[in-house]
Design a protein around this ligand. Sequence first.
Ligand code: SF4
Ligand code: SF4
Length: 204
Amino acid sequence: MKNTPSFQCLRCGKCCNPNQVNGETAYFIPIYLNEVERIENLAKQKALKITLEPDIMYHDELNDRLIVVTYALRIDKGGCPFYKSKCIIYDQRPITCKAYPLSIYMYQDTTCVALKSECTFVQQNRLKLKNLDYYELNDVFCDEFPFSREIQIMGHAITDQILALEAEKKVRIPIKIPVEVTEEIKQMEKIRLDEIKRELENEL
Ligand code: SF4
Ligand code: SF4
């Protein structure tokens, strides 16, 4: 491979504490349904108050409710609640943190890799990283890459599950984009996607 370093987190804490970041900031960490209980339990164990708010939701027109498919861990002015000079849940941190600073996504049938520009390692190595292809980036970020791929796969699985429910006429989603949280829809009943799946399994 070209003269490119392997990713080494510099433990600068910028990604956990947006107050240290100039420019692009993240104000929440996406939390997937299979992580909610674990993250809430970790917060309880550490005696921390955290807020997980429904993030990506679909409007189920048939049952007049919102289907929650991801939550958001709020990051307030003090940074991530799990950040105390370092991440205190490092081994059990959310998958988005495990994938950081990578983001893999599809654009016009092509798989693309984006690097978070606020990451200090990315900033320090941007010239060396700039022209690397998918496979070379996989080598540089060998620990993070599988998690980023997993996030991408989870995203596809969520879409497939919604489409399957729609095909079974259990839900009706008028527009296949996540709805924005407005005052009006804040009042609507919210149900988690995995709860609907459990309910349907019990019906069988
Ligand atoms: S969970 Fe840990 S790694 Fe993730 S933002 Fe919070 S402190 Fe940082
Ligand atoms: S910004 Fe980059 S280098 Fe700094 S702690 Fe986060 S991942 Fe590590």
